[in-house]
Design a binder for this molecule. Structure first.
Ligand SMILES: *Cc1c(COP(=O)(O)O)cnc(C)c1O
Length: 435
């Protein structure tokens, strides 16, 4: 039988950077006495860390970004109300550690949270999170177990298939439960999840037939809200409105609609509706290359830093790293930093990316290896063993101050900010800061 994981005595992110709020939560998930379906590999805990490589998560900046997002919300013309913010914390809160991020946002007054997986929702409940949680992936397993676990953990399911509605109705009847509230996802042009317009009527039939399932909200997701050209987003919005009318016409009355991710809510206020679902903007990353006034107010939440552990002076013509992909053109000071691709520093940054040392940029030289990366500190006077090297985020030092943004790394690594953040691996302990 499934039993709800007990709510853990919540471990609070403390002021001390030596604490690890999420390590406790992971353990409680496993020690809860419930049937364990999900074995989560434990992330390196700060207390175990010998290596100076770590990700610092600035919870004050997280709260600040929530306020910036709230500033972007315009009152609805009819109701005069602004949208509720439901923060998207899938993939361990974009690599920042979901329990600590969720606790911070909950205390900052956020209305609700969204995750991709049932497992992620369970993890947040086990960490003591009480606000509503929407499970967007819509996958609850083949058996009823997953749905029972959704109910036991008070998680809100997203549905898009008539079979899901029927299964939920059957469960409600079987267990003699109050109606189960669900969010219905429709596909307006993403081609991924959601009921396609052609299948709308069979889904409508299911809702009309199975009254044990209460349609609380209608939702969709944008494919191109970050693109310079917003016409695809506007077209999705138009279709969303049309589908909503078809739903209303049959007497179904979802009271909530939501569609906007970070980019849409910041760029196209008419997509805000009753709820918005920002993810990346909460973590201080502009969701689009297009210039946005509010985006410049976002503050980076994650800072990835290590220290110089080896330093050598090499003559001109010296070759560096695997494959000898770099050759010094002059007498050079080369520093070695214990962070590599196994920590989430992309190999694409080889001979391309930078680290900050003493407040100034030092280029990555040679190939990024699994555990180590070399940087050229020839232009960093006074660089020495133990100096901090920052691969992501800001640094202030004796030579100045600078920032390596997530978007900059994404460009060098030929990927997107979302992947950069979620790539920081479990070998890198997260330290929570409350400056
Ligand atoms: C990831 C995701 C979001 C948040 O997207 P951002 O671009 O990070 O703001 C919103 N809705 C859905 C369905 C998602 O999968």
């Amino acid at each position: 039988m499934i039993s709800a994981p007990k709510v853990a005595a919540s471990t609070r992110p403390s002021e001390s950077p030596a604490s690890s709020p999420d390590a406790g939560a992971h353990e409680s998930l496993i020690d809860s006495g419930s049937q364990v379906r999900v074995q989560k590999p434990r992330r390196a805990a700060p207390a175990d860390a010998v290596r100076p490589t770590r990700a610092e998560v600035n919870l004050a900046n997280l709260r600040h970004n929530l306020r910036v997002i709230e500033k972007a919300l315009l009152p609805n013309a009819q109701t005069q109300k602004t949208a509720e913010v439901w923060g998207v914390l899938k993939a361990d809160a974009y690599g920042h550690g979901a329990p600590a991020v969720a606790r911070t946002l909950e205390r900052a007054g956020i209305s609700g949270l969204c995750v991709a997986l049932l497992e992620e929702g369970v993890e947040l409940r086990a960490a003591g999170i009480r606000i509503p949680i929407l499970v967007m992936g819509g996958y609850y397993g083949r058996q009823l177990d997953g749905l029972l676990e959704m109910i036991a953990n008070d998680l809100i399911p997203v549905v898009y298939d008539p079979g899901q509605v029927e299964q939920m109705a059957r469960l409600a009847r079987l267990e003699n439960r109050p109606p189960m509230r669900v969010h219905w996802k429709v596909d307006t042009g993403m081609g991924r999840l959601g009921t396609s317009p052609r299948e709308l009527s069979s889904m409508l039939q299911a809702f009309l037939q199975f009254r044990e399932v209460k349609l609380e909200a209608l939702m969709t997701h944008f494919a191109c809200a970050d693109a310079a050209d917003l016409s695809a987003t506007f077209e999705q919005m138009r279709l969303f409105g049309e589908l909503e009318h078809r739903v209303q016409a049959l007497g179904l009355k979802p009271t909530i609609r939501h569609a906007a991710n970070s980019a849409a809510l910041l760029r196209a206020p008419h997509t805000q509706l009753e709820r918005v679902r920002p993810g990346v903007a909460l973590f201080g990353v502009s969701p689009t290359a297009v210039e946005l006034p509010l985006a410049s107010e976002l503050r980076p939440v994650m800072r990835v830093r290590s220290e110089i552990v080896a330093l050598r002076t090499l003559e001109a013509g010296a070759r560096i790293g695997y494959g000898h992909t770099f050759e010094t053109s002059r007498t050079s000071v080369i520093a070695t930093v214990p962070m590599g691709y196994a920590d989430g520093l992309s190999r694409k940054l080889s001979n391309r990316g930078h680290a900050l040392v003493r407040g100034r940029r030092a280029p990555i030289v040679g190939t990024v290896s699994m555990d180590l990366t070399m940087i050229d500190v020839s232009e960093i006077p006074g660089a020495k063993l133990g100096d901090e090297a920052v691969f992501l985020g800001p640094q202030e030092g004796v030579l100045g101050k600078d920032v390596i943004s997530v978007n900059e790394v994404a460009e060098h690594a030929e990927t997107i900010a979302w992947e950069v953040l979620t790539s920081i691996s479990r070998r890198v302990p997260r330290f929570y800061r409350e400056p």
